[in-house]
Design a protein around this ligand. Sequence first.
Ligand code: CMP
Length: 138
Amino acid sequence: MERTLSIIKPDATRRSITGKINSMIEEAGLCIIAQKRILLSELEAEEFYGVHKERPFFRDLVKFITSGPVVVQVLEAENAISLYRKTMGATNPKEAEVGTIREAHAESIEANSVHGSDSAENAIKEINFFFEEKEIVG
Ligand code: CMP
């Protein structure tokens, strides 16, 4: 079994579609084994998205992800990382396949409703960023 970190972003919490997104996650065969609704501080957001700090969209990304509550989750399945990336669809919703979360719900490349870890190494780092082991019930 593999774990991945998911974030349901402020555009989705604002529209009260976290339940719809969770349904798509569970229907894809991913088990939600930890979940909490939090408000990220600017410092936390800068640290979490640190790999993007040289990108032109970094400041806007930090502003957006701190603009409202997010739901952070740990998802578990066989090949959870690639399965969740397939379930989310492409970063840019215009390129996302039909039936994916981003195709169904994302507003733009920035307000794209969900984040998922992109590698096994980052999944561990990102899960540890938000959760203690005792909060994860597999
Ligand atoms: P996420 O998977 O959370 O990781 C970084 C985020 O940057 C990405 O999703 C997008 O929502 C956001 N982003 C904003 N603008 C861009 C862009 N031009 N290219 C790629 N990602 C972008």
